[in-house]
Design a binder for this molecule. Sequence first.
Ligand code: HEM
Length: 210
Amino acid sequence: MRRVLKGSIAMHDGGGSVPPFSDVMAVLRRRTAAVHTRLENALELLSPDLSVSRYRDVLMRMYGFYEALEPRLDDMLTGAGSPLPDWPSRRKVPLLRHDLRLLGVDEAALAALPRPRVPAVDGVAAAMGVLYVFEGATLGGRFIVRHVVTTAVPPGATAFFGSYGDEVGRRWSQVRHAIRAATAGEAARVEACTGVAAALFGALEAEFAR
Ligand code: HEM
């Protein structure tokens, strides 16, 4: 499945150019569209031959990233003044653990997983870059669940990709709002946010290329 790139970061009128428009969401999408497509293809989750062991392997590798980075989001997004007050209800580690348990992965196996290298998260803008990648996965997740339930994967082992159910759209618009508010159109913050998002997509791509 391919995403269609929408929008433009530069607008022009008939009488000459106007200043560049740099909405952080447009920059995020533009900067990560190609690596998203490569990652999507590398995951092979929409393959008609998707096996239980491949699905389990993908979730185990994803787990490493969420387990490493969600505590950083806790640091940046919990408490008064958080740009995303409902952050605690968005953690995906419990959902991944739930699915992996149903897939026969026990605590000892989870604890023994290699830890991936992840980008440094040194501020709220950087945290927003991680949030973009992690929450964006819920968008594609709708398509993934629709396919996974047609395979031999045990029923119910789709809590992670099925996060939010019918609420995906509403919860994604809150994320967009929070990212815009936290970066406030400031070039340095937009760079911190989009740089971390691109680095995280790059780390995921490297993980799944192995
Ligand atoms: C087979 C795997 C995947 C498929 C089929 C897929 C598909 C999609 C689709 C169709 C959208 C657009 C949804 C919409 O506009 O309503 C989307 C958006 C997005 N996906 Fe994925 N995705 C996959 C995996 C992932 C993964 C693993 C991540 C990150 C860990 C991810 C991150 C994102 C992000 C950040 C967006 C938002 C893009 C934007 O509008 O700025 N996706 N994906």
